[in-house]
Structures are given as structure tokens and as C-alpha cells.
Design a protein around this ligand. Structure first.
Ligand code: ARG
Length: 464
């Protein structure tokens, strides 16, 4: 069925009709389209277009339709152009001519923007929930590893000792910002365009604030042209999704490195690894690799949206129909990735001994040796030089700093005493960094507390 036959003398080419149809993509908006139509019917009743009786009939039939679709009793017919056409056609099939009144004062242009925004609002809540699960998993692993020492890196070269808890909480911070970004984007998603009509509003006196309230939007749009042609909210969401994937991808890259024989810091659970068809010894971190790979796909969707919108004159253009496929794919991908990642990180085994050993290699305590001398009154730039010379000496002797005798230390600075060994142990290196945001046990415990508070408060907001 088509909604626009009147002006036409000849049939649409079948291939062209199929080409421009979007029902295979926008079918998932059925719920929003039905709820939006019920609210629109009630608003039409308020301004006298529909009688009380008619409104009740329309509402009942639409509710039934929703139930039937959900129960699988009503199939969404792929011969229809889009979901809006299908819902209107089915309504008319079920209640006769009255169904033909539902599109009064409405266009598919404001309808699709409304449906799309409602759908994304719900998806944002689901995404935030999934991120919350991930955050809780990170906190719980961090709590078990407040004293698990590993080396931190810069330039992928050993830098300074940290704890695994501190490391995991760095990712916690990233996902916390992601949750905030999503919830902030939701404020701009939940704005109702209905009443914008095709582009110039409508001659019917629709109480848009009433419709807005019925549908649970935060506010209405204030310009009908912008109302139908704005897709900023979708682009913003896709950007936020891209950032989430970037974070997941960094984490995955790290896990892939750590799972290599060269690092040996982690072992993936069998449930999240696969083997090789030819090399019997292999256990590959496929899930992490695939999440890293799917990042490209989400970035692609983001770029698709920006490119679709970049030259569109006001107001609606059919180009915009391409928006949904990109956003839906990005959302589906991110949801699956966050969920998979959470399962993977919960089951991963950390090789603490290997991490500890590695943290003692590579002179990760050289800064602490320099700091030791600063505390004895030598300016840092000089202590940096002295520590560097000692590292050079140690490399030549094939020794760790902790294996150098006091006598040998004194060749570089006679301020170095017996207490040096305690001061440059990796445990001291970590726990002496007890400032806010540092890796010391106490500092990380505070960060975890802050994290927990955030999760409790934030989820309160989502439910609102
Ligand atoms: N399927 C369309 C879309 O998703 C609905 C709006 C169609 N409007 C129009 N004037 N053709 O964009």
C-alpha cells in the first residue's frame, strides 16, 4: 500500500519502489510509531478533529496492534513502503474509514523524527545499563587487585610500577565519561518534533505540549523546519558510540598484547578464545580482536551520518532515510561489544607473578631513586642525571638497581645509604604515590569509592 497515489497517473517501477522503501530497516520502530500515533490521536481529539468515541476506538485498535505484533500474530508486511505506512494501513484495515483520519495534521517527516528519537532514548538507557555492568565488573576485579603490582608503560616501554587495580580504574574513568556523555546526549534526543508537519507545521491547532507530555519527551522543538530536518541527535549519539568503541578497542589491544607469550600477563578463558585450524598449540584472543575490529564499523556509521547531512538543503530530503540503518547498526554493535567485553574481562586470569617479575625489570624504579636523592636535598635535574648514570652502570653489570651494593651506589652519590633498598622496592614505588589519583592502595580505594557513588547516583538519574 502507498500513502501517495492520488497525484500519479502511472505505476511506480517495482524496482524503484523497492529501492526507496525502508521497511526492512525502520520496522523496528513499530512500537514508537504506534505510541506516537496514540498520542497524536489524543491531541487530535483535543482540537476537535476526532471525537471522544473515535479516539477511544483508534487507541484500542492501536494497542491491540502493538500486542499482536509483539505476540507474533501480526507480521509486518515487507510490501509496505515503511513502518508508518504499515501501521496506518493496518489501522484502516481494522477499523475502516476512521483509520484514514489518523494522519491529519501530521507528516511522515515529523513522525519519523519523533519515532526515531523515542527509540534512541530507550536504547541509551539500555546502553547505560550495559556500561554499568562493565563498570561493576571492573570495580570488583580492582578490589581484588589493590596490591597486584605491574609495570605501567609509556611508549610501550616500561615506565613506573602501578597496581592492576589502578590500571583497571583508568578504564573505569573512561567508561564513566561515556555514561555521562550518553545521558547528556539523551537530553537532546528527547525533544519532540511532532507538530512540525512536513516542514511548516499544520493548520490544526495541535497542543504540542500535551503530546510531548503524553510521550514522555523533555521538551518540544521550536522551529518546524529544524524539527523535521535536524539529525544532530543521531550524529551526537554515533559520536558517543565511537568514543565508547575507541575505549573498548584500546582495552582490547592491551589484552591482546598481555595475552601474548611475550607479555604473559593474562590468560583468556577458553570460553572467550578460539583455536587454529592448522596450529594445534594456538589459543587466540578472538573476542578482543573482533571488538577492536568492529570499532571501524561504528566509526563508519558516524561518518556516514555526517556525510549524509553535510549538503542537505532544508528541510526533509530522502537522503535522511539512510540515517536509521547507520545508527541502528552502531547501537547493535556497541551493545554486543560491551556485553561481550564484560563477559571476557570477568573470566580473564591475571598472571600476578609474571606481572610482578616484569615490574621489577626495566628499571621502573629509576624515578624513585632520583626522588630519594631529592629528599636528601639534591635538585631533581641533578638526581635525574645521577639516577641515569646508575641505571647505565646497572645495565652494564646486568643487574637490577636493587642488586647494586651500597658501596657501588656511593660511587655516584655518597648520600645513598642502606635505606635505599626499601625506598626503591616496587611496593614502595607504588604506595609512596598516595596523592589523589595515584596508584597507592589507599588512593585507589578512594577512587573506587567515588566510582561506586557515581554508579549509584547515575543509575538513579536514568530511572527518572
Ligand atoms: N521512511 C522515511 C524515512 O525514514 C519516512 C519519511 C518519509 N517522508 C517522505 N516525505 N518521503 O525518512
Amino acid at each position: 500500500m502507498k500513502l501517495w497515489g492520488g497525484r500519479f497517473e502511472n505505476q511506480t517501477d517495482k524496482a524503484a519502489f523497492d529501492f526507496q522503501s525502508s521497511i526492512h530497516v525502520d520496522r523496528r520502530l513499530y512500537r514508537e510509531d504506534i505510541l506516537g500515533s496514540i498520542a497524536h490521536a489524543k491531541t487530535l481529539n483535543r482540537c476537535g478533529v476526532l471525537t471522544e468515541d473515535e479516539t477511544v476506538k483508534v487507541e484500542m485498535s492501536l494497542n491491540e496492534m502493538l500486542q499482536d505484533i509483539e505476540d507474533g500474530k501480526l507480521q509486518i508486511g515487507m510490501e509496505h513502503e515503511d513502518i508508518h505506512t504499515f501501521i496506518e494501513a493496518t489501522l484502516t484495515e481494522r477499523i475502516g474509514d476512521l483509520g484514514k483520519k489518523i494522519h491529519t495534521g501530521r507528516s511522515r517527516n515529523d513522525q519519523v523524527a519523533t519515532d526515531f528519537r523515542m527509540y534512541l532514548g530507550t536504547e541509551v538507557d539500555l546502553l547505560v545499563e550495559l556500561l554499568k555492568n562493565l563498570e561493576e565488573a571492573l570495580i570488583s576485579i580492582a578490589e581484588d587487585n589493590l596490591d597486584t603490582i605491574l609495570s605501567g608503560y609509556t611508549h610501550l616501554q616500561k615506565a613506573q610500577p602501578l597496581t592492576l587495580a589502578h590500571y583497571l580504574m583508568a578504564y573505569f574513568e573512561m567508561f564513566r565519561r561515556d555514561m555521562e556523555r550518553l545521558l547528556d546526549a539523551k537530553k537532546r534526543i528527547m525533544i519532540m518534533p511532532l507538530g512540525s508537519g512536513a516542514l511548516a507545521g499544520t493548520t490544526f491547532d495541535l497542543d504540542r505540549e500535551y503530546t510531548c507530555q503524553l510521550l514522555g519527551f523533555n521538551d518540544i522543538t521550536y522551529n518546524s523546519l529544524d524539527g523535521v530536518s535536524d539529525r544532530d541527535f543521531a550524529i551526537e549519539l554515533a559520536s558517543d558510540l565511537s568514543i565508547i568503541m575507541m575505549h573498548l578497542s584500546r582495552f582490547c589491544e592491551e589484552i591482546i598484547l598481555w595475552a601474548s607469550g611475550e607479555f604473559g600477563y593474562v590468560e583468556m578463558d577458553d570460553g572467550f578464545s578460539t583455536g587454529s585450524s592448522i596450529m594445534p598449540q594456538k589459543k587466540n584472543p578472538d573476542v578482543a580482536e573482533l571488538i577492536r575490529g568492529k570499532t571501524g564499523r561504528v566509526y563508519g556509521s558516524n561518518m556516514t551520518l555526517l556525510t549524509i547531512m553535510k549538503s542537505l538543503p532544508l528541510a526533509y530530503n530522502k537522503d535522511m532515510q539512510e540515517d536509521k540503518e547507520a545508527v541502528f547498526d552502531a547501537i547493535d554493535t556497541v551493545k554486543a561489544c560491551v556485553d561481550m567485553f564484560t563477559g571476557m574481562i570477568k573470566t580473564i586470569r591475571f598472571n600476578k607473578d609474571r606481572m610482578y617479575e616484569a615490574s621489577e625489570e626495566g628499571y621502573t624504579n629509576a624515578t624513585d631513586l632520583a626522588d630519594y636523592l631529592v629528599k636528601k636535598g639534591v635538585p631533581f635535574r641533578e638526581t635525574h642525571e645521577i639516577s641515569g648514570q646508575i641505571v647505565n652502570f646497572a645495565i652494564k653489570q646486568n643487574k637490577k638497581l636493587s642488586e647494586i651494593t651500597v658501596e657501588n651506589f656511593k660511587r655516584f652519590s655518597d648520600l645513598i645509604e642502606e635505606d635505599i633498598y626499601r625506598e626503591i622496592s616496587v611496593e614502595t614505588c607504588v604506595n609512596a604515590r598516595n596523592l589523589i589519583g595515584g596508584p597507592a592502595r589507599e588512593a585507589v580505594m578512594k577512587a573506587i569509592e567515588r566510582g561506586k557513588e557515581f554508579l549509584n547516583e547515575e543509575m538513579g538519574d536514568v530511572k527518572k
